[in-house]
Design a protein around this ligand. Structure first.
Ligand SMILES: Cc1cc2nc3c(=O)[nH]c(=O)nc-3n(C[C@H](O)[C@H](O)[C@H](O)COP(=O)(O)OP(=O)(O)OC[C@H]3O[C@@H](n4cnc5c(N)ncnc54)[C@H](O)[C@@H]3O)c2cc1C
Length: 474
């Protein structure tokens, strides 16, 4: 696509007529603000449009298709792979005004929401009615359901409850040319035709704009309690994960923090974490009967001690439990204070490869003289090695690039993948073929071409640039 540098006045007038002049942003300050996400990438759109209805989204798409203008859908811009950062010349289509919870259907146990509803707000609203929406990205107060669905977001509760895709019952999607499709419904079973819900979930805005989502709900468990186990080695921590699961227990979460991560948290906001330990596992167990939750948590602690934990502790109160989970959610901000920049990775490996992968990352850190704290969802094998760095230091950044590649190679060699929950965006697109192979990526390109023949939906994302990194480089 030949992207224009500026918005033609006639197109600006047409977009302003669709969304109302107040919801078409063209000021320099706005263009800069909407050119970021949670990564360090930045780029400027030609304008930002903030539609208030699905019909407005359709009209914007029709104009964009006619004018061959690219659209980058954007929810809350908290993404960690550069997906919401517009390629130069794109329109940013922000869904934050589509912010209504349309229905909480208690009989069918579903919520129907617009794409801009904040994840934590939905959780609060359904919990007030005794229901439970389990997907819990740490960013739940900053991210929206449209972004969660488009990245297929995960979180600490995935071990027991699965990822966002497991809760998507139906989607309303505006296709690149402005056509509207609805896929799925409130029914429990549905195998009619290709599973288009699955296609658009995790598509990172490359196939269309999601406007409305029907989400499955569960009943809220009555009790949730927390325990920690401290280990002198990562091996003992990993052995505990397997032993707990093989004992027939299914904790809500098993989270891992290594010593470097705990040190960063304690420097930022002291939380009483055992910084003398090499690794800490944080467990949550939930259920409807307090005696069973207590018994299961006690058994988890017993197994951890038998597998080598030198200290275990069951949180004595809801306040202590909340403090531990606050510390867990505070890892990203704590790491962000430690160095001017950080490159957060999101590899996912089979549980059997957890130890070897942590060892490989430590060797990569030592070899490249980099500080790489490791934390993540140990129960899922989803690790977040964060490379702390300073982008102004060109020599260090050359080592960061090498380390990032080596981490991806280690994950793939272990039978794992580039991303467990943050998506590909621009950050990992050059490694897609390393992970999936050329044929699978070629098939994905054919699907993209079929849905978006003009190539106007979030261009520059997911697919590797031929001949090396194009518009975005690390
Ligand atoms: C501190 C912090 C902690 C985080 N923790 C987690 C975590 O635990 N688990 C996790 O999974 N992620 C986590 N993230 C990453 C991020 O919050 C998630 O990827 C989240 O799902 C993005 O939501 P968003 O609303 O900010 O989407 P955005 O960043 O705005 O968009 C993300 C992608 O979705 C596309 N998109 C957005 N809305 C639509 C739409 N309506 N239709 C089509 N495409 C759309 C965009 O084009 C982009 O490609 C974290 C981020 C931060 C900053």
């Amino acid at each position: 696509m030949n992207a224009p540098a500026v918005l033609a006045p006639s197109v600006a007038a047409e977009l302003a007529a669709i969304v109302g002049p107040a919801h078409l942003l063209t000021d320099e300050a706005d263009l800069i603000s909407y050119g970021y996400d949670g990564t360090w990438y930045e780029s400027r759109p030609i304008c930002v449009v903030l539609p208030g209805t699905t019909e407005e989204v359709r009209a914007i798409h029709r104009v964009a298709a006619r004018e061959r203008l690219a659209i980058t859908p954007r929810a809350m811009g908290s993404g960690l792979s550069g997906g919401a950062v517009p390629l130069a010349g794109s329109i940013v289509l922000g869904v934050m005004r589509l912010g209504r919870i349309l229905e909480i259907d208690e009989v069918n146990a579903v919520a129907v929401v617009q794409a801009g509803v904040i994840t934590a707000d939905l959780q609060k609203a359904v919990e007030a009615r005794g229901f439970f929406y389990p997907p819990d990205p740490s960013s739940l107060k900053q991210s929206a359901i449209g972004g969660n669905v488009s990245e297929n977001a995960g979180g600490a509760r995935c071990l027991k409850y699965g990822v966002t895709a497991d809760y998507v019952a139906a989607l309303e999607v505006v296709l690149p040319g402005g056509e509207l499709i609805r896929t799925g419904g409130k029914m429990v079973k549905n195998v009619t035709g290709y599973d288009l819900r699955a296609l658009f979930t995790g598509a990172e805005g490359t196939l269309g704009t999601i406007t409305e989502i029907t989400l499955r709900l569960l009943r809220k468990p009555g009790f949730s309690k927390t325990a920690t186990a401290a280990f002198a080695s990562i091996e003992a921590a990993a052995a505990t994960v397997v032993a707990v699961l093989n004992a027939g227990l299914l904790p809500t979460s098993i989270e891992l923090m290594d010593r470097l991560t705990m040190q960063c948290i304690e420097e930022h906001r002291p939380s009483g974490l055992p910084v003398d330990a090499e690794a800490l596992l944080l467990f949550a167990v939930d259920g409807n009967y307090e005696e069973i939750v207590d018994a299961e948590l006690a058994r988890v602690a017993e197994i951890a001690r038998a597998s080598g934990a030198f200290a275990t502790r069951v949180a004595a109160s809801a306040a202590e439990s909340a403090r531990l989970w606050e510390a867990r959610r505070g890892i990203s901000p704590a790491l962000a204070r430690k160095s001017p920049n950080k490159l957060g990775e999101d590899i996912s490996v089979p549980r059997s490869e957890l130890v070897a992968t942590v060892r490989a990352i430590r060797a990569i850190a030592a070899r490249n003289d980099l500080f790489i704290p490791i934390f993540g969802h140990a129960g899922d094998g989803n690790l977040h090695p964060n490379i702390l760095c300073d982008r102004r230091d060109a020599v260090q950044m050359a080592r960061v690039r090498i380390a990032a590649r080596e981490i991806f190679e280690a994950a793939v060699a272990a039978g794992g993948t580039l991303s467990g929950e943050h998506g590909i965006g621009v950050l990992k697109k050059q490694f897609m073929e390393l992970d999936l192979g050329t044929e699978a990526v070629a098939l994905m390109r054919r699907i993209k071409d079929a849905v978006d023949p003009l190539g106007i939906m979030n261009p520059g994302k997911i697919f590797p640039d031929p001949g090396g990194p194009g518009a975005f480089v690390l």
